[in-house]
Structure formats: C-alpha cells, structure tokens
Design a protein around this ligand. Structure first.
Ligand code: SF4
Length: 59
C-alpha cells in the first residue's frame, strides 16, 4: 500500500476534526489542510476553532 501524505502540523486540532478536513498536496509536494466547513486553508496549527466537530473515532 502506498502511504498517504504526511500530515502537517500534527498538533493541529484539524486532525481530530470530523469536518472532515482534506489533505491537499501541491505540485511542489507541500501538504496543506483544507477545511470544507470554512472552505479555505486555515492558518496552522489550529489550536481553537468555533466550528470544530469531534471525529467519531476520537471520542
Ligand atoms: S472545522 Fe476547524 S478544526 Fe475542523 S478542519 Fe475546519 S478549521 Fe480544522
């Protein structure tokens, strides 16, 4: 199996969020976190978020 992109900012709240955020890899190989709720790439690391939704497998 091919490993997926390495998630940036492991401490980010986004990794525990059921939004669900999407990892997007740029042409240069950088990985960004896209938030479908905010419809943008939030500044990372996210430490607090008004629209955070706990992921089902983390609670
Ligand atoms: S809702 Fe907040 S915590 Fe969840 S992915 Fe979007 S920015 Fe990150």
């Amino acid at each position: 199996m091919t490993p997926g992109p390495i998630p940036p900012f492991p401490e980010s709240l986004c990794h525990r969020c059921g939004a669900p955020p999407r990892l997007v890899t740029s042409d240069r190989g950088s990985v960004f976190i896209y938030c479908p709720l905010l419809q943008r790439y939030p500044a990372q690391p996210v430490v607090a978020c008004d629209v955070f939704v706990p992921r089902a497998d983390t609670c």
